[in-house]
Design a protein around this ligand. Structure first.
Ligand code: HEM
Length: 266
């Protein structure tokens, strides 16, 4: 009897551990008979789960750098990029939705939109492209505004990399002035030319992993903007922006512009 109770408790604990029974209860379409609304909700929710994992990996990478262990940052960065590649594929599923199918349920869902994703803004902030203006985006409640505010006040991955560069003896000063920038670029460029020292090679690989992360999210931005154009044309966004015209202004955003600029010095 006691063994059965213990077994039941363990089964309960495991059910609560994965919480998979709760996930199918979280979809609440607003428009009766709008077949594609389920697809729209599920894709957004799945994205948020993956965003959570990406943040988990980026935090681990930054922590490894803070602890002076650049090598420990490589695997989390690679995991993050692998997930981001999946996110590109998931847009294809949404592209299967016809624009008229989307229009059947779109209006009632405003002001819900991608602007609500606090985790996406956290990924931007941790990656180096935080923007305080997004604190006031439509649909963000107090709790999530505070969460984003906290994230925006913390160091970015590039700042953490700077600490690791200095610890490895590189001339990598802080500062927004041209001289500091120039010295940082020279330090990063030097990593690419010499692979005798394993620590330099690790830092080089890490810079390339940061570029992969930046590039994959940028490709996602392009793909998402094109997908949005295919669905809503030049209508305004449900989050209150100009829609695709706004999304186009985000396409040149880069997390770590200096890692792109260093290409000119190699
Ligand atoms: C039919 C599908 C979709 C359309 C038409 C669409 C359209 C838009 C538009 C017009 C915006 C600008 C904000 C606004 O005013 O609403 C936006 C932003 C955004 N959307 Fe989507 N979206 C779609 C699906 C998705 C999905 C599945 C995700 C996954 C999370 C997503 C994530 C985002 C994010 C993160 C932003 C903010 C981008 C930025 O400010 O850089 N969207 N979307």
């Amino acid at each position: 009897m006691a063994a059965r109770v213990a077994g039941d408790e363990r089964a309960d604990r495991l059910r609560n551990y994965l919480r998979i029974d709760e996930l199918p209860d979280l979809q609440h379409p607003l428009t009766k008979g709008a077949h594609d609304e389920m697809l729209f909700i599920v894709v957004h929710q799945v994205y948020e789960l993956w965003f959570k994992l990406i943040l988990h990996e980026l935090h681990a990478a930054a922590a490894a750098l803070d602890e002076g262990c650049p090598h420990g940052a490589l695997a989390p960065m690679r995991h993050a990029v692998a997930v981001e590649q999946l996110l590109m594929e998931q847009l294809r599923v949404l592209e299967g939705m016809s624009p008229d199918g989307f229009m059947r349920f779109r209006d009632p869902l405003a002001p819900a939109s991608g602007f609500q994703s606090t985790q996406f803004r956290e990924i931007e902030a941790l990656s180096g492209a935080g923007d305080r203006r997004h604190l006031g985006d439509a649909g963000r409640d107090e709790v999530h505004r505070a969460q984003l505010g906290e994230r925006l006040s913390q160091r970015s991955l590039y700042t953490a990399l700077g600490g690791a560069m200095r610890a490895a003896g590189h001339d990598f000063p802080d500062g927004d002035d041209d001289v500091a920038r120039d010295r940082r670029l020279a330090a990063v460029a030097s990593l690419y030319g010499d692979h005798d020292d394993p620590e330099r090679t690790t830092l080089h690989q890490l810079c390339e992993a940061f570029i992969d992360h930046d590039e994959t999210i940028t490709r996602w931005r392009h793909h998402h903007a094109l997908m949005a154009a295919g669905e809503i044309g030049s209508r305004k966004g449900t989050g209150g922006s100009l829609g695709v015209a706004y999304l186009q202004t985000t396409l040149d955003r880069r997390f770590i512009p200096e890692l792109w600029e260093v290409r000119n010095r190699l």
